[in-house]
Design a binder for this molecule. Structure first.
Ligand code: GLC
Ligand code: CA
Length: 557
C-alpha cells in the first residue's frame, strides 16, 4: 500500500460552472443563479460531488467577474443573496458541495478600497494597492500585463503608477500590508460561515511580489512575462498564515490556480501535511502547444511531450502533494477541438481524452459542456469575441505591433481564445440551445442542433453517459483515486498507456491519440482483466481503432 491519507476532496469530481454561460432563467441573455438551481438535477445525474462557481460577486465585468467591486454582494445580473442561499441549500440537499472562486490577487478598480486608495498619497487605503513613482518619467519596470500593454497604469491625480497584472481595471492588492490580508481572511470566513465548502484561488501564485521590482526578459511584445513574478518570496508564508487563520478551521476543498508553478513549488503549495492548500492547478500540459513567449504562437500537439509532463507531475507529487486533473476551464479552448478530433471522431476522441485524464491520480475537474464533447466556436470575425484578452491581443499583435496579420491572429483566436469555452451551454436543440429565451451575451455555437444535453441524456452511448460512468467508477474503485501511476510504452508516439497500482489491484489504461488504427498487444498480465470502460463496443485484439480507449482491471495475488 502507498501511504496517501484518505480525504473526501481526493475522492471527489469537481464540475466547473461559468455562470454567465450556463443557464439563463429570466431571458436577459445572461446565465444566472436561478438558472443554475434549475440544473441541479442534471449535475446530480452526472454524479459530480462538487461544483466550483466562477465568480458571482458584484463586478463591473471588465473580465467577467474576475474584477470584483464588492465581495459580499451577488452580481446584479446573476441574482440576489437569497438566490445564492437557496442554491447553496439545494446543492447540499443534492449531496453536492459548493466551492467559490476567490479572486484576491486583485480587485476591481471600482472596489471601495481602490476608489479611496487612488484619492491621495496619504489616504488610509493608499497602501492597500501597489503604487510606485515613475522611473525616468516612465513605468517603474518592463513587466507586461497578461492582457496586453504594461502592467503599470499612470494615475494623473497623484502622479504615480499602480500595478495591475491583468487589465487596468484589476489593480493588484498589496499583500505586504497586513490589513489587506486581515480583510481577505475576514471575507473568506464570512462565506465559509454561510456554509460554502471551499475555494478555487485565482492566480494565487502571484500574490507575493518581489520587492525589488526588477526588469524581466522582454518577450515578443517588448514586455516581460508576468510569470516572472510567480511564486514570490512570501507566497508560502501568506498561505500558511491563511491556513492558520481561516482554512484550518473548516473542512474544505482548496485549489490554487498557480500560474508559473514548478513541480518543486507545487510540493509546497499542495503539501500533504496540509499546511497550505489541498492542490494546485499547474499549466505545463496546456502550454505545450504554445510558444514559450507568445501564447498566440501555435505549436502542433506532441503526445510525447504530454506524456512526459503528465508523468512528471504524477510521479513527482506521489505521496508528497496532490494533483488536480483538468483539460478544460473557462480560460482554455475546448479540448476535443484541441487534441482530439471535433469532426468524424468527436465522440470517440472526447471519450478517449476523458479516459486518459480521469484514470490518473488527482482530483478531476470537468468544465461545463466538456461532458457533452462541446467544441470550439467557428468565430467569423473579431466582432464576435467578448473576451478582453482576445480583443486586446488582436489590437496589440495586429494593429499596434504588427507582429501577426489579421488572418493569422484570427486563426490563433479560433484555436486558443478563451471565448471558445464561454459560448452558452448547449441544453437542447431549441433556439439558442435552450440557454436563453432572449439574446445571448455571446453567440451560441451553431452545432447545438447535433451537440446538446437533451439528445445525449436519452442516448446510452453518449459522451455524457461516458463521463457519468467515469465518475461512477472513481467512487467504486479506490485504485482510481489512490493508486500509484506508472507510464508504460514511453516511446510510443501514438498511444498513451499507463498503469495504476494499489495493494493487489491494478489498472491498465490505454488511449490511442490518433485517427488511425495502431497495432497494440495487451500485456500478458492484463489479458484476462475486466474491462471497466471503453469507447468502442466490442474488444478487438491486436489493433486499436481511431481514438480507442479502454481500462482493464485485475487483481494480483
Ligand atoms: C485567472 C482566471 C482568469 C482571469 C484571471 C484574472 O487566470 O482564471 O479568467 O482573467 O485570473 O483574474
Ligand atoms: Ca439571466
Amino acid at each position: 500500500m502507498n501511504n496517501i491519507e484518505k480525504r473526501w476532496w481526493k475522492e471527489a469530481v469537481v464540475y466547473q460552472i461559468y455562470p454567465r454561460s450556463f443557464n439563463d432563467s429570466n431571458g436577459d441573455g445572461i446565465g444566472d443563479l436561478k438558472g443554475i438551481i434549475q440544473k441541479i438535477p442534471y449535475l446530480k445525474e452526472l454524479g459530480v460531488n462538487v461544483v466550483w462557481l466562477s465568480p458571482i460577486y458584484q463586478s463591473p465585468n471588465d473580465d467577467n467577474g474576475y474584477d470584483i467591486s464588492d465581495y459580499r454582494q451577488i452580481m446584479t445580473e446573476f441574482g440576489t443573496m437569497e438566490d445564492f442561499n437557496q442554491l447553496l441549500t439545494l446543492c447540499h440537499q443534492a449531496g453536492i458541495k459548493l466551492v467559490m472562486d476567490l479572486v484576491v490577487n486583485h480587485t476591481s478598480d471600482e472596489h471601495a478600497c481602490f476608489i479611496e486608495s487612488r484619492k491621495s498619497k496619504d489616504n488610509p487605503y493608499r497602501d492597500y494597492y501597489i503604487w510606485k513613482d515613475p522611473v525616468n518619467g516612465k513605468e517603474p519596470n518592463n513587466w507586461g500585463s497578461c492582457f496586453g500593454g504594461s502592467t503599470w497604469e499612470f494615475d494623473e491625480q497623484t502622479g504615480q503608477y499602480y500595478l495591475h497584472f491583468f487589465s487596468k481595471k484589476q489593480p493588484d492588492l498589496n499583500w505586504e500590508n497586513e490589513k489587506v490580508r486581515a480583510s481577505v481572511y475576514n471575507m473568506m470566513k464570512w462565506w465559509l460561515d454561510k456554509g460554502v465548502d471551499g475555494f478555487r484561488m485565482d492566480v494565487i501564485s502571484l500574490i507575493s511580489k518581489d520587492p525589488e521590482y526588477k526588469d524581466g526578459e522582454p518577450g515578443v511584445t517588448g514586455y516581460s512575462s508576468f510569470n516572472v513574478c510567480a511564486n514570490g518570496p512570501r507566497v508560502h508564508e501568506f498561505l500558511q498564515e491563511m491556513r492558520q487563520e481561516v482554512l484550518s478551521k473548516y473542512d474544505l476543498l482548496t485549489v490554487g490556480e498557480c500560474s508559473g508553478v514548478t513541480l518543486e513549488e507545487a510540493k509546497k503549495y499542495a503539501r500533504s501535511d496540509e499546511k497550505e492548500l489541498n492542490m494546485v492547478f499547474q499549466f505545463e500540459h496546456v502550454s505545450l502547444d504554445a510558444d514559450d513567449d507568445n501564447k498566440w504562437g501555435l505549436k502542433p500537439f506532441d503526445l510525447m511531450k504530454l506524456k512526459e509532463i503528465m508523468t512528471k507531475w504524477q510521479n513527482g507529487l506521489e505521496g508528497k502533494a496532490w494533483n488536480s486533473l483538468f483539460w478544460c476551464n473557462h480560460d482554455q479552448p475546448r479540448m476535443v477541438s484541441r487534441w482530439g478530433n471535433d469532426k468524424e471522431y468527436r465522440e470517440a476522441s472526447a471519450k478517449m481524452l476523458a479516459t486518459c485524464l480521469h484514470m490518473m491520480q488527482g482530483t478531476p475537474y470537468v468544465y461545463q459542456g466538456e461532458e457533452l464533447g462541446m467544441t470550439n466556436m467557428p468565430f467569423h470575425d473579431l466582432s464576435e469575441f467578448r473576451d478582453l484578452d482576445s480583443i486586446n491581443a488582436y489590437r496589440e499583435m495586429v494593429e499596434e505591433k504588427k507582429i501577426m496579420t489579421s488572418e493569422e491572429m484570427l486563426t490563433a483566436l479560433r484555436k486558443k481564445s478563451r471565448d471558445n469555452s464561454r459560448t452558452p451551454m448547449q441544453w437542447d436543440d431549441s433556439e439558442n440551445a435552450g440557454f436563453t429565451t432572449g439574446t445571448p451575451w455571446i453567440k451560441v455555437n451553431p452545432n447545438y442542433h447535433q451537440i446538446n444535453a437533451a439528445e445525449q441524456l436519452q442516448r446510452p452511448d453518449s459522451v455524457f453517459h461516458y463521463y457519468q460512468k467515469l465518475i461512477q467508477l472513481r467512487k467504486q474503485y479506490e485504485v482510481i483515486v489512490y493508486g500509484k501511476y506508472e507510464l508504460l510504452d514511453a516511446e510510443n508516439p501514438d498511444i498513451y498507456t499507463y498503469s495504476r497500482t494499489l495493494g493487489n489491484e491494478k489498472l491498465l489504461v490505454v488511449c490511442n491519440f490518433t485517427d488511425k488504427e495502431i497495432s497494440y498487444q495487451i500485456p500478458e498480465e492484463y489479458r484476462n482483466g475486466e474491462c471497466l470502460i471503453s469507447n468502442y463496443v466490442e474488444q478487438n485484439s491486436g489493433v486499436l481503432r481511431p481514438y480507442e480507449a479502454f481500462v482493464l482491471h485485475i487483481n494480483i495475488l
